[in-house]
Design a protein around this ligand. Structure first.
Ligand SMILES: *Cc1c(COP(=O)(O)O)cnc(C)c1O
Length: 374
């Protein structure tokens, strides 16, 4: 079976984990410090703007909590979003307000957001679909004008850039995922960015029980080191040095991963765009860089899409659609009318894309797609 996503882990990660074992300290420690430091270098921000956490979903729960989203508040997000984001909003008794997207890129545009703004809107969460950055200038301007907090779901787009700036560091807050299905994997891990260092400091404390910094062994000036205080009844959402050591090795390889993904992406487009019945992803503007997390095609009808998915599965090729619209999730009990979202969700198929695919694998996928209509 050709997988749709697949991690690339090797000797380097294994060795790094071995070293953590030998150090006799597997908890939160120096490897996490190093990981955060390397990440901030790569993202072009200060270490005081970021913190690791257990997952991207947890990052959203923390941010939604921190900015005080509650009963009666509204948060606008595309219906084509990851379920964890919707859950973070719902868990606070707030209302997720689903907006439409561009039918081909599946990215939110400022016009989609404007339509949904009310006096209750507190935040906008946007997703850079498949690694392709949204048109940020107009969204940032809109959110600033209306006093709305802008949060970027950067799970798909690690090291994607919009006009030279890393996505995830453009809005007020950003969240990354290094879970097992992503480009850079660290077991389970997330990263939170806050534009305001004071915001980040507080969120970081809340990710570690709310402990005010300086307790425990690090508090060498205090002669009663068992004393501590908290600033907030926080959760325990920290990673450990095993996770961090894997992430550090992956970070050294990630540029190569993304380069390889771009090659595969371009090969798909060359091979598929000639087929009249398939729409390939939109041409990316010159001022963006994508992480190439997903490759997606669009078909003429739902029947066609479902048929192709089934045919490919029978031929050893696993495909899927991301992300099942949240307004269709029964629990959400939402009857929004989102025509582009619905068309996209019914006709889009995500093809295998990961750095371990060979060109032979890619050719096999292209051939199988061609054969479907023969
Ligand atoms: C995977 C993913 C998440 C969640 O990440 P976790 O680290 O698994 O919580 C959020 N948003 C998008 C777009 C994702 O693909």
């Amino acid at each position: 079976m050709i997988n749709i996503f697949q991690p690339s882990l090797g000797e380097e990660e294994l060795k790094a984990v071995g070293k953590v074992f030998e150090s006799n300290w597997i908890g939160l420690g120096s490897k996490n410090d190093e990981f955060e430091s390397e990440l901030s270098n790569k993202l072009g921000c200060s270490r005081d703007n970021i913190t690791t956490t257990t997952s991207c979903t947890e990052g959203f729960f923390q941010i939604i909590d921190y900015i005080g989203i509650g009963e009666g508040d509204e948060v606008i997000l595309p219906s084509i979003s990851f379920i964890g984001i919707g859950n973070a909003i719902l868990s606070k008794g707030a209302k997720p307000v689903f907006c439409d997207v561009n039918r081909h890129s599946m990215n939110v545009e400022s016009g989609d957001i404007v339509e949904k703004i009310t006096s209750k809107t507190k935040a906008v969460v946007l997703l850079h679909y498949g690694g392709l950055p949204c048109e940020m200038d107009s969204v940032v301007r809109l959110c600033k004008q209306r006093g709305i907090v802008l949060i970027e779901d950067n799970a798909c787009s690690p090291f994607s850039k919009y006009k030279g700036v890393n996505t995830g560091t453009i809005g007020d807050f950003g969240v990354w995922s290094f879970d097992p299905m992503k480009i850079l994997v660290a077991g389970d891990c997330g990263l939170i960015y806050a534009k305001d260092k004071e915001d980040l400091k507080t969120i970081k404390e809340r990710c570690y029980l709310g402990l005010t910094s300086g307790s425990g062994l690090s508090n060498s000036v205090d002669n009663k080191w068992w004393e501590f205080d908290i600033s907030y009844p926080g959760r325990r959402s920290i990673i450990n040095d095993i996770t961090a050591s894997i992430g550090l090795e992956q970070l050294k390889k990630v540029d190569r991963f993304i380069h390889r993904r771009k090659q595969i992406h371009d090969k798909y487009t060359r091979g598929l765009k000639k087929l009249g019945w398939i729409t390939t992803p939109p041409k990316f503007p010159s001022y963006i860089e994508s992480s190439y997390y997903m490759y997606w095609i669009q078909l003429e009808s739902e029947e066609d899409r479902n048929g192709l998915a089934k045919y490919l599965k029978e031929n050893g090729i696993y495909t899927t659609f991301r992300y099942y619209p949240l307004h269709w999730v029964k629990y959400y009990d939402d009857n929004s009318d989102l025509p582009n979202t619905e068309t996209a969700a019914n006709t889009t198929l995500c093809l295998p894309l990961h750095q371990s695919l060979s060109f032979d694998d890619v050719n096999q996928v292209i051939e199988a797609i061609r054969n479907y209509k023969k």
